[in-house]
Design a protein. Sequence first.
Lengths: 70, 143
Amino acid sequence: MTTRDVTIAGFIVLFAAAAVLVVVSRVHNARLAHFGDVIRAMFQRHVMIRATVLFGWAWLGWHFLARTGA
Amino acid sequence: MSAEPVPSRVAAARPAYAVAVLIVAYAAFGTMLEPGTLPSALAVLIPAGAVGAVSLYRNRPVRPLDADVAGAPLRRSVRLWSVVIIAGLLWEAWAFFHQPAWDVANHDYPTLSVLVAPVLEHDAVIFAAWAAWLYAGYRLVRL
């Protein structure tokens, strides 16, 4: 297994973990809150946390839609 | 002579349909733009600015969480999502700092951007990415 394979496998594991969290929160919502509830809770905390979430969303658009692509 | 009453479920669904049409239309518009140009930058910055302004400067408070979710389930979810997101950021940073320069990819340590770039060459994928990004922004405004 090459270093490249390990790097890619790491991303796959992380995406799989995120997918598992989404599915488990849908099936067992009484035990695990939805991702949307986590974001909502963060928005209720502090304006800087809200700004950080918004910046992350905006950066994703900038990086993947405006700067790169076809 | 009075106007025929509109069924309430249809009336309630109208704004959602309007948003869906708007998102699809804007995603199609964004898909047509050449990446790395001023129009594509503006196409991202305009909705980003609008969502940011509405979210940061609105008067309406964020809708409270349901009581049955606000305690242990939320704490558990915050902990687990924090682990996944921080691990993702560290893994991306690990790959990024192995690059010979910030804009030169390392074959052995590909970043997520490098891995995703070939997929983003397909119009259908770009359209889906635009639609998903815009929908996420809409959800942030609606919190």
